[in-house]
Design a protein around this ligand. Structure first.
Ligand SMILES: Cc1ncc(COP(=O)(O)O)c(C=O)c1O
Length: 397
């Protein structure tokens, strides 16, 4: 039957974490793998969702008020003028917004530049749309962008570049210099940029998220994608959006309607309440996550990981195995599950073979998610610390 599959579907393999999840379930492992919170969503928005269901917002629906709220937020946060009637499309999470964007802008053979390592789903969406992912390796340990490598990755076939900041899996926030390099290169070559800004509110150490679209002359070539998922701890609600110049937004909207018709109606209603949350909500989200970041970062450092890069945003620490560790990242996570009852993600799944950094860094990293309750983090810390031997080294090494 396999010959009946599409050529892209044939290449799709379970990710390392999918392969390890059976073992993790069998060992009842504490989940520091997946990027979803295990603590409750904020009561004010849960109540809004329940009330929307009870008020019978249960049919196909487009809640225009979300576009208005998103437009206000874009002006307040980034100084961007966005027309809520023409420039915003509500989708089923950033994931669908990104996929629909690829279908809207990519033709067979168009190249799309991405940074390596990167969040896994971009590659598949680009290929499903007929595009060719081209990777530019970020340079460890600080995951800096080398402008020469970026320049060399453009060809006459380059249609778009994908920028995810704050970045999964490293927690990097692209610097202003790097954003200017990206913007300059894309303007010179008339290339579109698709941003993934789902961690725009989860940013630390008094950093500020800068949307690439807010750089001079960038809004007209940028498609912003983001969602409620991470900001409001509602990854299961599937509410996100794409913001683009009207002609591209219209194409994304048409594709979204053909694929899913509309995002879940009651959660769209609740999104109105979420997006109007007071500044205090966003401030405590940041400070809560910053404490969780510090807790996990310090723990990993204490038990012997090489954590040279402290995440500046997102909900992940990308920790390097010490040079003395003879295990691969996948073997390491297997042992972590079996011996400590904790599951994390082997880093190799985020690297790509045609990238300028893949050969020497893939296989050395483990991604730990800290979007978990303090109880979960403390339980994981106890188990991981229990693996340290009398000489202070992690026994798994
Ligand atoms: C970088 C990044 N983008 C997008 C998503 C998915 O977002 P959504 O739930 O809005 O589809 C994730 C989830 O982990 C992510 O890490």
């Amino acid at each position: 039957m396999e010959e009946k599959l599409s050529s892209v579907a044939k290449t799709l393999k379970p990710s390392p974490i999918q392969q390890l999840s059976f073992l993790a379930q069998r060992c009842n492992a504490i989940n520091l793998a997946e990027g979803f919170p295990d603590f409750p969503a904020p009561p004010h928005i849960k109540e809004a969702a329940v009330s929307a269901i009870n008020s019978d917002f249960n049919q196909y629906r487009h809640v225009q008020g979300i576009c208005e709220n998103v437009a206000v937020k874009m002006k307040e946060m980034y100084g961007l003028d966005v027309n809520p009637l023409t420039d915003i499309v509500i989708c089923c999470g950033q994931s669908e917004a990104f996929a629909a964007t690829m279908f809207a802008i990519i033709d067979e053979g168009d190249e799309v530049i991405l940074f390596d390592p990167s969040y896994e789903t971009y590659d598949t969406c680009i290929r499903l749309a007929g595009g060719v992912p081209v990777y530019v390796g970020l340079d460890p340990p600080l995951w800096t962008l080398d402008s020469d490598k970026l320049e060399k990755s453009f060809t006459v076939k380059t249609k778009a570049l994908v920028l995810n900041s704050p970045h999964n899996p490293t927690g990097k926030v692209f610097t202003m210099d790097e954003l200017e390099i990206i913007a300059g290169a894309c303007k010179r070559r008339d290339v579109l940029v698709v941003t993934d800004e789902v961690y725009e509110h989860i940013i630390f150490d008094k950093e500020r998220h800068v949307s690439l679209a807010s750089l001079p002359e960038m809004q007209s070539r940028t498609i912003i994608t983001s969602s409620l998922s991470k900001t409001f701890s509602v990854t299961g609600w599937r509410i996100g959006w794409a913001i683009a110049p009207p002609c591209i937004a219209s194409a994304i909207r048409n594709i979204h309607i053909k694929i899913t018709d509309s995002a879940p109606a009651p959660f769209q209603e609740a999104a109105l309440t979420a997006l109007r949350s007071p500044p205090d909500y966003f401030n405590s989200l940041r400070s809560d996550y910053e404490s969780k970041r510090d807790y996990i970062f310090n723990l990993l450092q204490k038990v012997g990981f090489k954590v040279q890069f402290k995440p500046q945003g997102s909900v992940f620490v990308f920790a390097e195995l010490p040079g003395s560790c003879s295990l691969s990242d996948i073997e390491f996570v297997e042992e972590l599950i079996k011996q400590a009852g904790v599951v994390a993600v082997p880093g190799s799944g985020f690297f790509h073979t045609n990238s300028s950094s893949a050969e020497y860094v893939s296989g050395q990293y483990i991604r730990f998610a800290f979007c978990k309750s303090q109880d979960t983090l403390a339980a994981a810390a106890l188990k991981i610390s229990g693996l340290v031997d009398e000489t202070g080294n992690l026994k798994l090494f």
